[in-house]
Unconditional design. Structure first.
Lengths: 182, 308
């Protein structure tokens, strides 16, 4: 019997814009003018979302905001568990994080293992005053480590047999985020 | 591509251009790692590596050891002069004894050409060749080409001269293979006695004229006169060699263009390179050493055996 794969739209352009706006307002409440706060997007898929947050914050606050990209490949806990070495992406952090408040940004939080690796990777750059976590989608009930986000775009209950597909592009014209059966 | 096509790094010859590009891309990532305040990553914390050196080495051994430690691997160092090899133990026996202590990878330097390949067929561990006699020194060629790519943005189409003691040099052979695979034009230059017969069969130029070669090239990789491997006299005196083939400031000023000077080290100052050239803005010798650690980290990372 052929079972048709289900596909559900979580975000379109309009809802994503509203969500980014809300997350930015929430960030401003906690970080005011971002004088001592920096944003770090996680490679590969958190970077585009981090840039969108940065751009919106700059529109709202009219000031420069530091945003870097962090690759966590070398800090993962599943290294050598597959037959192929894990391919790294580039890390680009052109500012100091010592003593800064850092907001880690990723598109999806699932098991929490990426965030654990990111916490390890980040400390190689210094000792931040505080680290917060912002995610667009929090997949509850999939957590394998005790990690919770500080800011959440949407919380969804998903099964292991489902995955999230994010299509966030540079200009924001074709934003779509789906939840689909694997 | 995320995986190398080879299981061991024994020479440059079997590598594909895609393999070399993958090593370079990974090296860039590791170069960024070693420039962070904390230069260590936990990627290889459950891997044990033995550095087995049957020949003297400073740079390569330290570079490999640093690369291994920055990947959090467990490292043991072994040098032949202070080991049971002096009591007559064979290479395979020595290696098997080390491996039975649960070693995953062996980095080996040996005075005999082909020693690394021989070992890779006899033992159950990943073997990385850190120089086998006058045959190959693959990681040196990779770091040389990585340095060229970093400076020029590409290797393809560049003119690279390898100058000096070609016949005794493993660096020369590995560099020729690596540069050709990446699309560079290669020329070797030196006194006829130090250039191997039939080397032009590798599809490279041969010249005996240093000034003309310097005029031709974008990059000059200057090799050390390997006195320890020279059982007969290949030229009348070091002074004469230095006069005809040594690179000095006057020679570089005469060619009227800026070329990049490389040297795999250790330098015989005043013989193949004068100090004013070795320490000049033309020289990238210390950058080669820095890149050496990043490139070796990439090679170790990409060759590390899967746990499953």
């Amino acid at each position: 019997m052929h079972i048709q794969k289900k596909k559900k739209l979580l975000f379109d352009k309009k809802i994503l814009e509203l969500t980014i706006n809300r997350l930015c307002q929430h960030l401003i409440e906690n970080h005011d003018q971002f004088k001592n706060t920096v944003l770090i997007g996680l490679q590969p898929r958190g970077t585009q979302f981090a840039l969108r947050i940065k751009n919106r914050l700059m529109e709202l606050l009219k000031c420069e905001i530091h945003c870097g990209f962090l690759d966590i490949t070398f800090y993962r806990d599943d290294f050598r568990r597959s037959t192929h070495p894990l391919s790294p992406n580039s890390t680009k952090i052109d500012f100091l994080i010592e003593g800064k408040k850092v907001v880690l940004i990723d598109d999806v939080l699932c098991t929490g293992r990426t965030v654990r690796s990111a916490l390890d990777a980040l400390t190689a750059f210094g000792r931040p005053e505080k680290i917060e976590l912002l995610v667009l989608i929090d997949r509850t009930y999939n957590r394998e480590l005790p990690i919770e986000p500080t800011y959440i775009g949407i919380r969804v209950n998903t099964l292991d047999t489902q995955k999230i597909i994010t299509e966030i592009d540079d200009n924001g014209f074709n934003d779509k985020i789906w939840i689909v059966d694997k | 591509m995320t995986k190398l096509s080879v299981k061991h790094l024994l020479s440059i010859k079997p590598l594909t251009p895609a393999d070399i590009e993958l090593i370079f891309k990974t090296s860039e990532n590791f170069k960024s790692v070693i420039n962070r305040p904390i230069k260590k990553v936990p990627s290889m914390r459950d891997v044990t590596i033995a550095n087995v050196f049957f020949e003297n080495s400073t740079r390569t051994r330290i570079s490999f050891e640093l690369a291994e430690k920055r990947l959090s691997a467990d490292v043991i160092n072994f040098s032949a002069s202070s080991s049971s090899v002096t009591k007559g133990e064979t290479l395979v026996d020595t290696a098997n004894n080390i491996i039975s202590m649960k070693v995953d990878m062996i980095v080996m330097r040996h005075p005999n050409p082909g020693a690394a390949e021989f070992l890779s067929k006899k033992v159950n561990a990943i073997v990385i060749n850190a120089g086998d006699g006058t045959h190959e020194h693959p990681t040196q060629a990779l770091l040389d080409c990585f340095t060229i790519q970093e400076k020029f943005g590409k290797v393809k189409g560049l003119k690279v001269a390898i100058i000096g003691d070609i016949i005794h040099s493993r660096v020369a052979l590995s560099n020729i293979f690596c540069l050709k695979k990446l699309g560079a034009s290669v020329r070797v230059c030196g006194p006829p006695t130090l250039i191997p017969k039939f080397i032009e069969k590798l599809d490279i130029d041969v010249s005996y004229n240093i000034d003309e070669t310097l005029n031709w090239c974008d990059v000059a990789n200057v090799l050390r006169i390997q006195a320890e491997r020279q059982e007969i006299r290949y030229f009348p005196s070091l002074r004469e060699y230095s006069m005809y083939y040594g690179i000095n400031k006057q020679r570089l000023d005469k060619i009227g263009k800026k070329i990049m000077i490389m040297h795999p080290g250790p330098i015989n100052r005043g013989i193949e390179l004068t100090s004013d050239v070795a320490d000049s803005e033309h020289s990238v010798i210390l950058e080669q050493v820095e890149n050496g650690v990043a490139v070796r980290m990439a090679v170790l990372y990409l060759l590390s055996p899967p746990m499953v």
